[in-house]
Design a protein around this ligand. Structure first.
Ligand code: GSH
Length: 211
């Protein structure tokens, strides 16, 4: 019987999904879709995700799930023993889902504007300004989240959740010096997540030396 299939690539949003699957010890096949050769634009992958973006998780019954938070929510609910999200219907779960959506809608999306500004303007001369504004927007949202964090090291204290995994990934895409200086609680969360063996291995696959 086929199992889970994750389509991903180095230094993309598949990093959080790999991390969640590793933390929950979910067996899966990893199918690399090269961003170097734009394999995500090929018909085979477009048939899986018409947005031509990574990640995409195919469930054992063939259901395709895209969009990071939807994939993370599915993993949390399908593997509750891993306790990577509070119980469905609880206030804690509403808080969890709130901040996951916040990170996805505001921060991840702004990071795309930062990296691909030409997609967000019809005037190529404006691209640098679009990118600079996106950086400021990312920083603003990091500061909002910084104010929400308690004693940590994770969002819900000692217990890792999907918010931490997603935020940990996003931390890889901001300036490390800015993060340490401006958002010490988020930086502490990042370090605590990176110290977990499962996440350290994923971090190395994404940001370590290429094979
Ligand atoms: N909203 C999507 C965004 C995914 C996304 O932007 N993925 C990037 C890699 S980090 C990608 O595949 N980009 C290829 C492209 O847009 O051409 C999600 O949350 O999964």
């Amino acid at each position: 019987m086929p199992g889970y299939r994750l389509y991903g690539w180095r230094q993309t949003g598949s990093m959080a999904i790999e991390a969640a699957l590793a933390e929950a010890a979910v067996p899966h096949d990893y199918l690399p879709v090269s961003r170097k050769t734009d394999a995500n634009l090929r018909p085979e992958f477009t048939a899986i995700n018409p947005r031509q973006q990574l990640p995409a998780l195919v469930l054992p019954d063939g259901t395709v799930v895209t969009e990071g938070p939807a994939i993370l929510s599915h993993i949390a609910d399908a593997f509750p023993q891993a306790r990577l999200a509070p119980e469905r219907g609880s206030s804690a779960r509403a808080t969890h889902d709130r901040w996951l959506a916040f990170l996805h809608a505001n921060v991840y999306e702004a990071m795309l504007r930062e990296s691909y500004p030409d997609r967000y303007t019809t005037d190529p001369a404006c691209a640098p300004a679009v990118s600079a504004a996106a950086t400021a927007y990312v920083h603003w949202h990091f500061r909002i989240l910084e104010a929400e964090l308690g004693d940590g090291p994770f969002f819900f204290g000692p217990r890792l959740s999907m918010i931490d995994i997603y935020l940990w990934m996003l931390c890889c895409w901001v300036d490390a010096g800015w993060l340490a200086d401006t958002c010490p609680a988020i930086d502490r969360l990042r370090a605590a997540a990176s110290a977990r063996p499962a996440l350290a291995a994923v971090l190395d696959r994404h940001f370590g030396p290429e094979d």
